[in-house]
Design a binder for this molecule. Structure first.
Ligand SMILES: [Cu+2]
Length: 319
């Protein structure tokens, strides 16, 4: 990963990245060139032409007009601006027009995580998995405020809005893992709204797809739940060994009287866990912020059952 990263820029791992960088570098070096030229000229002129002692009259005798000079400072910037315009427009069109054969992934942004739904109906949280050398169209929307989908290595950034779809696309050129950020300030945990884009070879992607479609045949419910615990990102907030996190640990919670912020308490059982997954804001555990996202629509009934079984097992309600 990040093999092509430089001091200035992250790795370039999409079909559009080199073109964007080319234009960017052109702008940087052109600006640098004119900056140096102008600053050097300014210093030269204020040294050479400043009024010296006893030096009356010398400064009033210069030329008043120079047609060649004027033509040059009109023609050269005009040409440069035209080059930048056509170059930028061509690249912009490539980024804006989604290839017809693109695979479509639905992206949902919400405070403060990303979820992805794939053509075959599977879903992942905070991890977008795609095949290499395949155009991927992202159909994006937000459940709450404005977020922004940003993958620096792909040079892709697009706002994700509530009540409206936005669309972007990319084609990854290198197998690897790349950072995904939210690039629009969206509240207290904005800085934690981070994920990964995992680019797989075609055969690895097929294998991943099969595995993701896998609904736990041949496994006990708790074993299947343990897999979902990682693949659905519960692990980012809940530990199972008592260590602290953004959310309560699951160790020993089964049957426990959990105190709530409103002073009441709730016995942890199947229905409470199910409600916590689908409607986390209904009851907030004392000492925690209501930051758990709802998994409504992201988990099937069977997956919820499996998670309940797993929480029961690690929570001390199992055997
Ligand atoms: Cu955000």
């Amino acid at each position: 990963m990040d093999t092509t990263a430089t001091f200035w820029l992250p790795s370039s791992a999409s079909t559009i990245a080199n073109e964007v960088d080319g234009l960017f570098m052109f702008l940087v070096w052109m600006s640098t060139f004119f900056f140096v030229l102008i600053v050097a000229g300014t210093i030269l002129f204020i040294t050479k032409w400043r009024r010296k002692k006893g030096d009356v009259g010398r400064l009033d005798t210069g030329p008043a007009h120079n047609s060649w000079l004027e033509a040059t400072w009109i023609v050269v910037p005009t040409l440069l601006v035209l080059v930048i315009f056509f170059w930028g427009f061509r690249t912009y069109m490539k980024m804006a027009v989604v290839p017809g054969n693109a695979m479509e992934v639905k992206v949902t942004g919400q405070k403060w995580f990303w979820s992805f739904t794939y053509p075959e109906g599977t879903a992942t949280v905070n991890e977008l998995v795609v095949p290499v050398d395949t155009p991927v169209k992202l159909l994006m929307s937000s459940q709450d405020v404005i977020h922004s989908f940003f993958v620096p290595s792909f040079r892709v950034k697009k706002d994700v809005l509530p009540n409206r779809y936005s669309v972007t696309w990319f084609e990854a050129t290198q197998v690897g893992e790349y950072h995904l950020f939210c690039a629009e300030y969206c509240g207290t945990k904005h800085s934690e709204m981070i994920g990964t884009v995992r680019v797989l070879s075609d055969s690895d992607y097929k294998a991943w797809e099969e595995e993701a479609m896998f609904s736990g045949e041949g496994m006990s419910m708790a074993e299947y739940g343990e897999r979902l615990y990682t693949s659905k990102a519960c692990v980012t907030c809940h530990s199972v060994d008592g260590s602290p996190g953004n959310g309560p640990t699951w160790q020993g919670i089964w049957g426990h009287n959990q105190p709530m912020t409103d002073g009441s308490s709730v016995t942890v059982d199947e229905n409470y866990v199910r409600e916590s997954i689908l409607n986390p804001k209904a009851k907030i555990v004392a000492g925690y912020q209501p930051v758990m996202p709802t998994y409504q629509g992201l988990l099937s009934d069977k997956e919820i059952d499996a998670l309940v079984a797993y929480i029961k097992e690690v929570g001390g309600g199992g055997e």
